[in-house]
Design a protein around this ligand. Structure first.
Ligand code: TYD
Ligand code: MG
Length: 421
């Protein structure tokens, strides 16, 4: 089958002109383009919609990436079973058998009588089935097992993944179907990963979370219809993926007496703040090459910050193993964690706990200066809302005054270290 200029359901095509794969060649001025708002299809999960920027846009292609076992199939099955109650939805499974998927849906107690299922790996046949059914939303699980007959190489190779995704993207644009592709992120590179097709899709979302934690985060890394870096938080439970609408409360479950090396910071992901605990353990190393291990944070940044701590803070941990961790399996990619990280390290090194009601954020520069970060006041307000009484913040972020929280505004690392003396 070839997707011609006017596929079945061609009447729906015109509305989506302008996308890759569309056949409309009319030239017009920017002002003439109709700004009719594209209607959004709500996924039925607040956290998912937040990451999408308010729901699926018809005709868009969304890639859900993540390590095998992250929960991609589970979250999509839950979403589609619910969506199918209102519109035609198709779930194409190339990895699991229909029985396996059905058993999972039954165990999770999902509504199963509306969702259309197809077990198929040939992209052409998937396209044919979808043209007949005309679903509003279609999931292809996963892009790495499907293949096109005209490409010689094996499923999962770069050319298969790229061409299969291009085919399904054309299908989405020409019919207005929302196409959701599942892509595994693998370490050994034996499968072509989500990066291969990131340029052609509209929205790329990563499902992350460590195996030893039940929390999973959905993070948008590319979104043509909304903000990126929005974070949705889920918990993997016996009943499948459950959304967590107040994540700060969960990541902050701390015991009554706080040990040294623990400090709380406020992350700012997309449009909302999130309070997380950062832990550090600094211990005498009995190896020639002391270890620096960062979980949930960037390893290189840790090495850089330790150098700044030595040079500008006068704290030398060169003969110590340094382990840092973000509690709850969250990943922090912003620099506002720098100061909290260094204070946690110093607290552990000196074996002196920091006050329970203290919150810290700020970027640390190479010359030991503390730089302001975006949305400083909102971060402070969020901490105050959760009962934090004290804060150490960059001088550039300090408001004139704020009720309910007392803060120390610092310009340099040495000032910050003095504040915790
Ligand atoms: P899955 O959605 O199959 O992952 P992916 O499609 O990303 O490879 O999720 C598999 C993992 O989730 C598996 O390790 C078991 C766990 N799980 C639960 O803990 N509870 C559940 O209800 C389900 C369905 C899975
Ligand atoms: Mg799966």
């Amino acid at each position: 089958m070839k997707l011609g200029p006017t596929p079945k359901g061609g009447a729906r095509t015109a509305q989506f002109s302008g996308y890759a794969g569309s056949t409309n060649t009319k030239v017009q001025t920017l002002a003439d383009i109709s700004l009719k708002d594209l209607p959004r299809l709500c996924s039925g999960t607040g956290e998912f919609d937040r990451v999408l920027g308010g729901g699926f846009v018809p005709g868009s292609v969304v890639l859900i990436g993540g390590h095998p076992g992250a929960g991609k199939s589970t979250v999509l099955l839950q979403t589609l079973c619910k969506l199918a109650e209102q519109m035609t939805c198709l779930y194409v499974t190339g990895e699991e058998s229909l029985q396996q998927v059905a058993m999972r849906a039954k165990r999770l107690g999902l509504p199963t009588n509306k969702l259309q299922m197809l077990s198929e790996t040939s992209v052409e046949l998937i396209g044919q089935a979808a043209e007949m059914l005309q679903p509003k939303v279609m999931v292809v699980d996963s892009i790495q097992v499907v293949h096109l007959a005209e490409i010689q190489s094996a499923p999962g190779s770069v050319s298969q993944v790229r061409e299969a995704a291009a085919y399904l993207t054309r299908f989405a644009k020409q019919t207005g179907t929302v196409v959701i592709l599942v892509g595994h992120v693998t370490k050994d590179g034996s499968l072509a990963g989500p990066k291969v097709l990131e340029h052609m899709i509209d929205c790329s979302i990563l499902l992350e979370g460590s195996h030893d934690s039940r929390f999973r985060t959905l993070r948008g890394s590319k979104n043509r219809f909304g903000a990126v870096n929005e974070l949705g938080v889920f918990a993997m439970t016996e009943q499948g993926m459950k959304e967590v609408s107040n994540p700060s409360a969960i990541f902050l479950q701390r015991s009554e007496d706080i040990a040294s090396g623990s400090v709380v910071m406020v992350m700012w992901e997309g449009t909302r703040p999130l309070l997380v605990e950062i832990q550090a353990l600094v211990d005498d190393s009995n190896m020639g090459n002391p270890r620096r291990v960062a979980v949930g944070l960037d390893q290189n940044r840790l090495a850089m910050l330790l150098a700044v701590l030595h040079r500008h803070g006068g704290v030398l941990v060169g003969d110590q193993d340094v382990f840092v961790n973000v509690v709850g399996g969250v990943r922090i990619s912003e620099t506002s964690a720098d100061l909290a990280l260094l204070l946690a390290i110093v607290s552990s090194f000196r074996d002196r706990p920091l006050p329970r009601e203290l919150m810290v954020f700020g970027e640390v520069g190479l010359s030991g200066e503390i730089r302001p970060v975006p949305s400083g006041q909102e971060r402070l307000r969020e901490a105050a809302k959760h009962g934090f009484k004290r804060a150490i913040v960059p001088a550039g972020n300090a408001p004139k005054s704020m009720d309910g929280i007392e803060f120390v505004a610092v310009k340099s690392l040495s000032e910050a270290l003095a504040a915790i003396e």
